[in-house]
Design a protein around this ligand. Structure first.
Ligand code: AMP
Length: 194
């Protein structure tokens, strides 16, 4: 099963994806974590990525898609993935559909975690990552609205989008996410048996 955890930066996608991995054994793939590994390696590509991430901008689709394509060919992700922080542009969403179709798979469910903006800023400032200064955070939120939020419509039109209230305790959000995923699995089983 392939699931997208969607939402603005600071919504708790990484936390929730980690819980799905721990408790449900779902494979978790985060493009942001992948990029932080590149940055830590000090490679030329890593340095290029660092400059982009620290400005609050998005890494170019071409680089993102290469990283994702490689992950899809990893046996660890063969039976499904929780995508965290990907797709972030319409082009990425379309490319993901193509790449999954080539592998006889698809996105079953897209869960968008909704949190008010001031709460997002508060959470990210607390997190204290090197790309979490207030100015960069505001830029990331602006980029989210401009380039990433339109992807919601793409999935809504496919009937795959479910909204999750994210301004609750971590455990409550986790429960809501598990319920949402289960509802999709039950629907799929029912249509298979029909
Ligand atoms: P995250 O850990 O998801 O907050 O990602 C950290 C940073 O990595 C983002 O602010 C972007 O600069 C970059 N990034 C992560 N995922 C993507 C993506 N799918 N497309 C473009 N840039 C990304």
């Amino acid at each position: 099963m392939n699931v997208v955890l969607f939402g603005p930066p600071g919504a708790g996608k990484g936390t929730q994806a980690a819980l799905l991995r721990e408790r449900l054994g779902m494979a978790h793939f985060s493009t942001g974590e992948e990029f932080r590994r590149h940055i830590a390696s000090g490679s030329e590509l890593g340095n290029r990525i660092r400059a982009i991430v620290e400005s609050g901008d998005l890494v170019p689709d071409e680089i993102v898609l290469e990283v994702v394509e490689r992950a899809l060919d990893d046996p660890a992700f063969a039976s499904g993935v929780v995508f965290d922080g990907f797709p972030r542009t319409l082009e990425q969403a379309r490319a993901l559909d193509r790449m999954l179709a080539e592998r006889g798979q698809k996105i079953e469910s897209v869960l968008t975690i909704e949190v008010p903006e001031e709460e997002l800023v508060r959470r990210m400032l607390q997190r204290g990552r090197s790309d979490d200064t207030e100015q960069v955070i505001r830029e990331r939120l602006r980029v989210y609205e401009e380039r990433t939020a339109p992807v919601l419509d793409y999935y809504a039109r496919q009937g795959k989008l479910q909204r999750i209230a994210g301004d609750m305790a971590v455990e409550d959000v986790h429960r809501a996410i598990v319920e949402a995923i289960k509802s999709v699995t039950v629907d799929a089983n029912m249509s298979n048996n029909r």
